[in-house]
Design a protein around this ligand. Structure first.
Ligand code: ATP
Length: 322
């Protein structure tokens, strides 16, 4: 390997910059050249590539977003698009890739790695934590801390006005943000895509819960099957017209901001491991950290969609919200 291309793709997450920095500096440490690819697969296809040095990743470890920009590329899903990408990589003499992103990014990398003889290693960059092969993904810790900061503020106003708040957090397919933050903010209930929403149980809970509680918070993941926070809010207003019920959707604040210490360290560790893994012959794998140790997982296993939810987490909410 002589020249490694690095890109971020799919949804952005805090800590992607720390990962880029680690990849670039480790590659240079091992006397490899590094090429930055802007806007993920889109930039590979259009040829938006540039050489990177130590200086190009200075002063970014603390910054949210991604200096390489990110995009979703429909063209990369076609064989012609991938051929254009490959030709550009060849033109720039890139002979290995590090891709930072989520399951879509790895699906693309897997397909590409089968078609062309170019080793690809992936880093888990998503706020959703929905990949197998790492205990945590880069960005998840920052995102859940952003959520609890926001919900603590909502709690102040809920408490002052004796209100019930339905708060929607990100997670179209995964309730992992909702699950952890729900425990951390002392939520009454957590509704997630992985479990069937039992509205009667929710009503019962809100009704039978301690009457002297002045505020209540229900955390709803975006992909919850009854229709998300606005729908749940509407149903609760119908059922309990005397409750002062409000809905708050946290939205994109969850993706931004300075990465937490945990995300910076995780990104740095897997960034170093990605380059060293490539040099040792790893390919078509994601690098994660499992039980404190670096671990490589083939893309097809990392992106298996069903992540088991720890039922104890839901039980904890039931016990602690009494
Ligand atoms: P997040 O989960 O944070 O949104 P992601 O990496 O899953 O991030 P996607 O938009 O799903 O984000 O995927 C990123 C890109 O990966 C897509 O825009 C596309 O270019 C590429 N990709 C996804 N699936 C495939 C596929 N089946 N074949 C080729 N490329 C794909």
């Amino acid at each position: 390997i002589k020249n490694v291309g690095v890109y971020t793709s799919g949804g952005d997450s805090p800590g992607m910059n720390a990962a880029i920095r680690a990849v670039v500096r480790t590659a240079l440490y091992h006397n490899l050249e590094v090429t930055g690819i802007r806007r993920g697969y889109e930039g590979m296809i259009t040829g938006d590539l540039f050489p990177m040095d130590r200086k190009s990743v200075a002063n970014i470890i603390q910054r949210g977003g991604t200096i390489l920009k990110t995009a979703r590329s429909e063209q990369f899903k076609t064989a012609e698009g991938r051929k254009m990408a490959y030709d550009n990589l060849k033109k720039h003499k890139i002979d290995a890739l590090v891709g930072i992103g989520g399951d879509g990014t790895f699906t693309g990398a897997k397909v590409f790695g089968k078609e062309y003889d170019i080793p690809v290693v992936g880093l888990p960059g998503t706020i959703d934590n929905d990949l197998i092969g790492t205990d945590f993904t880069i960005g998840y810790d920052t995102a859940i801390n952003t959520v609890i900061d926001a919900v603590d503020k909502i709690r102040d106003t809920a408490e002052s006005h004796d209100r019930l708040f339905i708060v929607e957090v990100m997670g179209r397919d995964s309730g992992l943000i909702a699950l952890r933050t729900g425990i951390a903010v002392g939520a009454e209930a957590i509704l997630i895509p992985e479990t069937k929403t039992d509205l009667n149980a929710l009503y019962h809970k809100l009704e039978q819960g301690r009457r002297d509680k002045s505020s209540k918070i229900v955390i709803v993941a975006e992909g919850e099957e009854a229709g998300g926070a606005f729908e749940i809010g509407r149903l609760i207003k119908d059922r309990f017209p005397n409750y002062d019920t409000r809905v708050s959707v946290l939205g994109h604040i969850q993706r931004g901001g300075r990465p937490s210490c945990q995300d910076r360290v995780l990104a740095s560790r897997v960034g170093v491991a990605a380059i060293e893994g490539l040099l040792e012959g790893h390919r078509n794998e994601m690098v994660g950290i499992i039980n404190g140790e670096v671990a490589f997982t083939p893309f097809e296993n990392a992106i298996k969609h069903f992540i088991e939810i720890n039922p104890n987490f839901l039980k904890i909410v039931d016990i602690l919200s009494l």
